[in-house]
Ligand binder design. Sequence first.
Ligand code: AP5
Length: 191
Amino acid sequence: MGKKVVVTGVPGVGKTTVINGAMERLAAEGIAYKAVNFGTCMFDVACKENLVSDRDEMRKLGKDDQKRLQQAAASEIAAMSADANIIIDTHSSVSTPAGFLAGLPEWVLRKLMPDVVVLVETDPDQILMRRLGDESRVRDMEGARAIAGHQEFNRAIAAAYAMYTGCTVKIVGNENFLLERAIDDLVNVLR
Ligand code: AP5
């Protein structure tokens, strides 16, 4: 049975960057992990159904559509993680126009049953600057205070995921100029 590690964090905190660094480090040590992006699995289905034209539109869809896309992504990922060690790059909660939506509701958790949920966090001002510097994405306009609120909500909902699955919750800081430290922390969880 492979290890299932869910890596989460608010948009732009740097989760994909930290995952890529950790994957490189583990590959050099001969430890095999497959990394899968939950949003990409959802997006593939959403595109086939002509629901969206870019991934940032998904969080604006109605809650029932998002639930259906979550279920499709969770089934696909569960199938590929039967024996392999897997990292799932996703969100503890998604900020939608109707409020925070659980990224790992019961119907996703039941399929994935992660060993660890990682929360990648940093100072909200740093996240704001990273978002402003990334022109490839359509980010919501929100200030440092709203980002701080989202990070707090993510901790609260991760506690619920731990209660449901028995997984551990690991907080990994990804501060400016300290990316290597974040990678070290994630590698220690994955080893
Ligand atoms: P997804 O693609 O995961 O969106 P995202 O969170 O916006 O992901 P990003 O890749 O943009 O951010 P990141 O945190 O990975 O940052 P990055 O490494 O790029 O999801 C797309 C959509 O899918 C969601 O909006 C949602 O609709 C849907 N979705 C996904 N999962 C879902 C779920 N479970 N349920 C429902 N919907 C779901 O880094 C950002 C920048 O920071 C880069 O420029 C990088 O160079 C820089 N950076 C990183 N680390 C550092 C550092 N230490 N110092 C300085 N700069 C740094």
